[in-house]
Ligand binder design. Structure first.
Ligand code: GAL
Length: 974
């Protein structure tokens, strides 16, 4: 046997070059009068396990495809029954031996036969365009090899005019899952090979447009815009609304309305060359870093952003336009104003929608080499000259395709690649090609190649230091001075994995305090859970490891503000509230109101304000509120009306809401944008219910009775209440750890989830020390503690009754040295399954925890127990309602249980136990009990934080083990 020569030429899919035979990159054309043929549809498909073994004869026109399968294009073949998806965060699922890839290299041969449509022009050429193929393709048309390319999320074109025939064109595309390009595409997402974006045949008439660059700047000093369109092929540009008709290359300055994310003013225009008319949409705006602040049209902008991967639970990264639009509508409706296209350029149509609806975009190149971190960045392609052409190719394909979008205001080199000469080369190229936009890259703390200081997951204290330009210095004083003068943003923060993220309000306060801190981008927009069905037909979402991957990162792929089906998670509702662009503050007693316009550009004329006055959650009066059209950053002092005199006694709250006054492109008139509640404490609270005669405990056969309650005399445990069988309540400290409780393995901070479990908080033992009746009380003393430690909680339950009400006073004293916070502190009880409807007065409608409760609005709410659950893709603690004054669980016959809390409590009810919730790995593992509803009434909850990737729970939201007293009053349904 001879060993292969180490110098043999690498096959095209392994050689580190970007490819061969493709045309230079050019601007995306959304609409033109040139003919186009969408080649999407059913293609013939065959999958081979290796790249080398498959022969290329399939590309020949006469080759039979009998026995092949069919596959839709665009699509990922692993989502259509061929092979399986695989998820890793940073590890490459193949040996680090760049640029080589393993023999096991799933290779999909795609073949499609097409005719030119009738009327396809005979003159001119044609281009075959691929918007995205993962990860390397070789292409043939009518048996002729056109070339090959890498760069999965980037467009590639071939000139094919001379090869086309009117009928029976045979297009053959061989796609390799692994290539040298895979080393540059180690983004944290599913590995999904395939032709996942459109394939189009584009006619190029003689004199067609070619590449063109729209320069449309705005001078905020005099309100003029300057337009100049450069084009490879000379032509004319018309902007009818501005009365402009220019030659390409010529510039004109006229008064315009500028483009901003808040006012996405686009001027329809046309570029006309001798052969083609291309539709343009011109947005005038100027981006600049001035005095250490990133400004658009002269004004500081504040990013209320998200990181968006392209994802669909059934189609992976083959995302249709309706879904793109849905994403953007959801963003706009949740006050989000910015997107970082993590970590690759999105489908080009997405940027058209950003232009149209108004979003700031950080457009990121398709580049990440994070997995080299595991070997101390040895062999990192971004610091190896062999790869520089591929890196420059990626930079050029990004910039050239997307340069004409006003929404794109920052270029990003890529994500998590360490540092290297290749990145510097990319930065130079981009600066030279497009000096009109600042450059972003987070991976190099020195910021040598960038214009913005960017970090991910920096804790609040550090952001504050940076805000004060007082961060730790860099070793190099020159670089340090340069960086210290830069604007700051968090390109990723608030890891939205599972329940959370916590701590958003505190970040927002920093962004609004320090001019330098220009906001951030929550990680991330959507959970990448893939839809699957159980055998009995129930849908659930799969994550890493569910497809038999031997290397995977579990549910770390589900860390979005949207669930995979695009329903908003509580995290998104919280984010909307925290970033609302109007601040409403005041004093509900004096009626003094302060409204601040936190928009960057628009006044408040597009909003209509209203107030409501509610007593104990019932609205007793409402009206409109005249708010002047404050300019951005302005504040006005206003006065609430006089509180309605006739209202009953009770807890009184003003709610002030700002809503859209008119329909917009993204929401209808009436859509709520911002709100606040102010307590009117001066109104007398309802007088206490007239004291009923107190009852005393008495024996009745085997039971101990007290008021409406019946107890087990030995354990002192309540067994029924007003005729309803109950279990407990007993002290409870355990919650099914959230992803943020568990934290990420690399976190230096304390990670409480694993510690709680190690300590045994999930298997607390209860010991009853005494059951006593003392006059009118039943007193139960107990100790609740985990095994194998001397830590514990002593607890005293004091029961008393008056009339139909049964009161429980709980006092808890920790014993031993508790070095960790408690997950929760409260009582747990069970009630019959028929008590399936919850009503409560307190925070709602959605779940909330101590550091995720900005969006909890005090009111009266009603929901089924099933609807109280938040379906986190990996089940975990969820569903608590904050600040609850009273709650009822009602059966269809009207019977049920009511509980009032003093102080206010956290209310949770579910059809499975905490232990079942903790054990479940997917939502389909949770089977509702036919018998029982478990109810937690918590005095306190530990915060949520963001430690699944970011900082933990801030000190103010930790549940420190300390003596506590709290009480509940139970009764049957009134
Ligand atoms: C960042 C990375 C993202 C994602 C996130 C954690 O380090 O840039 O791609 O992996 O962490 O979900």
């Amino acid at each position: 046997m001879t060993s292969p020569s180490p110098h043999r030429t690498l096959p095209y899919y392994e050689d580190p070059s970007p490819g061969s035979g493709v045309l230079p990159p050019r601007a995306w054309v959304a609409e033109s009068d040139a003919a186009r043929l969408d080649l999407g549809g059913r293609w013939a498909f065959r999958l081979s396990p290796t790249a080398a073994g498959a022969d290329e004869s399939f590309a020949q026109p006469g080759h039979p495809v009998t026995g092949w399968d069919e596959l839709p294009v665009p699509a990922h073949w692993v989502l259509h029954g061929h092979g399986a998806p695989a998820y890793t965060n940073t590890p490459y699922p193949f040996p680090l031996d760049p640029p080589r890839v393993p023999d096991e290299n799933p290779t999909g041969d795609h073949r499609r036969v097409f005719d030119l449509p009738d009327g396809w022009p005979a003159e001119g050429g044609a281009v075959l365009r691929f918007e995205g193929v993962d990860s390397c393709a070789k292409v043939w048309l009518n048996g002729q090899e056109l070339g090959s390319f890498k760069g999965s999320r980037l467009p590639h074109e071939f000139a094919v005019g001379a090869l086309l025939r009117p009928r029976g064109n045979v297009l053959a595309v061989r796609v390799h899952q692994w290539s040298s390009g895979s080393y540059l595409e180690d983004q944290d997402q599913w590995w999904l090979p395939g032709i996942f974006r459109e394939v189009t045949l584009v006619h190029c008439p003689p004199g067609a447009v070619g590449d063109f660059t729209v320069h449309a700047s705005y001078d905020h000093a005099d309100g003029t815009g300057t337009l100049r369109v450069e084009a490879d092929v000379p032509g004319r540009v018309t902007v009818p609304e501005l009365g402009l008709e220019l030659a390409t290359g010529e510039s004109a300055t006229v008064p315009v309305e500028p483009w901003t994310a808040e006012t996405p003013r686009l001027y329809p225009a046309e570029l006309v060359t001798p052969g083609e008319r291309v539709r343009l949409r011109v947005g005038f705006r100027t981006v600049a870093v001035v005095d250490g602040i990133l400004r658009v049209n002269g004004r500081r902008v504040l990013f209320r952003g998200v990181n968006r991967h392209e994802f669909h639970p059934e189609h992976g990264r083959a995302v249709d336009r309706a879904t793109m639009r849905r994403d953007l509508l959801l963003m706009k409706r949740h006050n989000i104003n910015a997107v970082r296209t993590s970590h690759y350029p999105p489908h080009p149509a997405f940027l058209d929608l950003c232009d149209e609806l108004g979003l700031w975009v950080i457009d990121e190149c398709d580049l990440e080499t994070h997995g080299f971190h595991a070997v101390g960045w040895r062999g990192n392609p971004v610091d190896d000259e062999r790869w520089t052409p591929a890196l420059l190719d990626r930079a050029a394909r990004t910039v050239e395709r997307d340069k004409n979008h006003p929404s794109v205001i920052v270029w990003s080199l890529g994500n998590e690649c360490g540092t290297g000469r290749g990145l510097t080369a990319m930065a130079r190229w981009i600066r030279d090609r497009d000096p009109s936009r600042p450059l972003h890259y987070e991976g190099d703390r020195s910021c040598a190649d960038t214009d913005l200081y960017s970090r991910m997951y920096a804790p609040h204290e550090e952001v504050e230091l940076i805000g004060r330009r007082a961060e730790e210095p860099l070793d190099d004083p020159e670089l340090d001075a340069r960086r210290r003068a830069m604007p700051f943003l968090l390109c990723e923060y608030a890891h939205a994995m599972g329940n959370g993220p916590g701590g958003l309000s505190e970040y927002q306060r920093l962004f609004e305090t320090y001019e330098r801190c220009q906001g951030g981008f929550v990680w991330e927009w959507i959970d990448h859970g893939l839809a699957r069905r159980t055998e009995d037909g129930r849908t659930y979402f799969a994550y890493g490891g569910d497809f038999g991957e031997d290397l995977h990162d579990g549910n770390f792929v589900c860390d979005g503000l949207l669930f995979p089906d695009r329903s908003p998670s509580p995290g998104l509702v919280e984010y909307k509230k925290v970033i609302e662009p109007v601040r409403i503050e005041g004093d509900g007693d004096t009626g003094a109101l302060r409204i601040t316009n936190a928009h960057d550009f628009t006044d408040l004329a597009h909003l209509a304000f209203g107030w409501e006055y509610a007593v104990d959650g019932a609205v007793v009066a409402a009206g409109d509120l005249a708010v002047p059209p404050l300019g951005p950053g302005e504040t006005a002092g206003l006065k609430l009306p006089e509180p309605p005199a006739a209202a009953p006694a009770g807890e009184a709250l003003w709610t002030v809401t700002a809503r859209l006054a008119r329909d917009t492109a993204w929401a209808e008139a009436g859509h709520p944008v911002a709100w606040a509640q102010l307590a009117h404490t001066a109104r007398p609270h309802r007088r206490p219910v007239p004291a009923e005669p107190a009852a005393s405990p008495r024996r009745d056969g085997a039971a101990l009775l007290l008021g409406p309650g019946s107890f087990d005399p030995d354990s002192g445990v309540l067994t029924s209440l007003a005729g309803i069988p109950v279990g407990g309540p007993r002290l409870d400290v355990w919650r099914a750890p959230t992803d943020n409780d568990n934290g990420a393995p690399w976190q230096p901070d304390e990670r409480w989830g694993p510690l709680w479990r190690k300590l045994g908080l999930h298997r607390m033992r209860h010991r009853t020390d005494a059951v006593r009746t003392t006059g009118r009380e039943l007193v139960v003393s107990a100790r609740v503690a985990p095994a194998a430690t001397d830590l514990g909680l002593t607890v005293e339950y004091r029961w008393s009754a008056a009339g139909e009400r049964l009161r429980l006073d709980v006092s808890v004293t920790p014993e031993g040295e508790w070095r960790c916070p408690l997950p929760r502190l409260g009582v747990r009880l069970t009630v019959p399954a028929r008590c399936g409807t919850a009503r409560w007065y307190g925070g709602g409608p959605g779940e909330a925890y101590p550091d995720t409760c900005a969006a909890a609005r005090t009111g009266r709410w009603e929901m089924t127990v099933d609807a109280l659950q938040t379906p986190y893709v990996r089940p975990q603690e969820n569903g608590a309602r904050a600040g609850v004054r009273w709650a009822q669980l009602t059966a269809p016959d009207g019977g049920g249980l009511r509980v009032e809390g003093s102080p206010h409590f956290w209310f949770t009810a579910r059809r499975w136990s905490t232990e079942q919730l903790d054990a479940a790995e997917h939502t389909c593992d949770l089977v509702p009990s036919p018998d029982t509803v478990w109810v937690n009434l918590d005095h306190r909850q530990h915060g949520i934080g963001s430690q699944s990737c970011g900082p933990g729970v801030l000190p103010a939201h930790r549940l420190t083990a300390a003596p506590a007293v709290f009480s509940f009053t139970f009764s049957g349904q009134p």
